[in-house]
Write a protein that binds this ligand. Structure first.
Ligand SMILES: Cc1cc2nc3c(=O)[nH]c(=O)nc-3n(C[C@H](O)[C@H](O)[C@H](O)COP(=O)(O)O)c2cc1C
Length: 205
């Protein structure tokens, strides 16, 4: 855990949130199967609209025959650093409710909740992940025979043990972000009361 990467939180938050961050340099170390199972289990227990559980995951560990097929789904920028990580996972969302085939407008939202659970569990296990929108979703769909009428390929993410010493093996452009403090908008930019854009009084007391 890099101390400087811990959230400089204005209010006390649980360690699983405070200590989560998105590294690019990962140790050359496998993720234990039990830990991988536990992070996926955490995703499984997220809330979802109508309990649809629209999330799906395609998991590839380095050394798996299908690892390269999943790696092809990264865009060229993300290919420059993701190779240090031992696990690569694609996230997908089911577009329609199984029950009545109506459009599920919250499937990406619910996948995000599952990812929040997964992130918290990973942090608890001493693992880190780095999620990516910079992907070629069509390539993932094609390589894994995904029914794109039914499912969106949403992101790819890598999972593993963060290792600062591995940074030397990455292009210099990635070094600064890996070491700098994390920043967030203050609560008064995102929390409103009686009118959108206006903070509730209690927020600034
Ligand atoms: C949906 C999503 C897409 C992202 N896409 C990329 C990406 O394509 N490449 C990348 O290097 N980082 C990507 N990130 C990582 C973000 O840049 C990172 O989470 C953000 O800067 C906040 O940093 P932190 O996670 O360390 O707090 C993505 C994160 C999310 C949640």
């Amino acid at each position: 855990m890099l101390e400087k990467k811990a959230a400089q939180a204005d209010h006390a938050i649980i360690p699983e949130i405070k200590n989560r961050w998105s590294p690019r340099a990962f140790a050359d170390k496998e993720v234990e199967k039990e830990k991988l199972m536990r992070v996926l289990e955490a995703a499984r227990w997220a809330a979802s609209s109508m309990n649809e559980q629209p999330w799906r995951f395609i998991v590839a560990r380095k050394g798996d025959a299908h690892y390269d097929k999943l790696y092809e789904g990264l865009n060229k920028w993300n290919r420059k650093w993701t190779w240090t990580a031992p696990v690569l996972i694609a996230t997908l969302a089911k577009k329609r409710f199984t029950k009545n085939d109506s459009k599920n407008y919250h499937s990406w939202h619910d996948l995000g909740l599952a990812m929040g659970n997964l992130s918290a569990q990973a942090t608890h296990e001493g693992l880190h992940l780095h999620q990516m929108a910079g992907i070629e979703a069509e390539t993932v769909a094609e390589n894994f025979e995904v029914d794109t009428e039914g499912y969106d390929v949403v992101t790819l993410f890598v999972l593993g043990y963060q290792d600062e010493s591995r940074l030397e093996e990455l292009e210099e452009r990635y070094h600064e972000a890996e070491l700098k403090k994390r920043e967030r908008k203050p609560l008064n930019e995102i929390v409103f009361g009686e009118v959108f854009g206006k903070n509730p009084e209690w927020l600034n007391l």
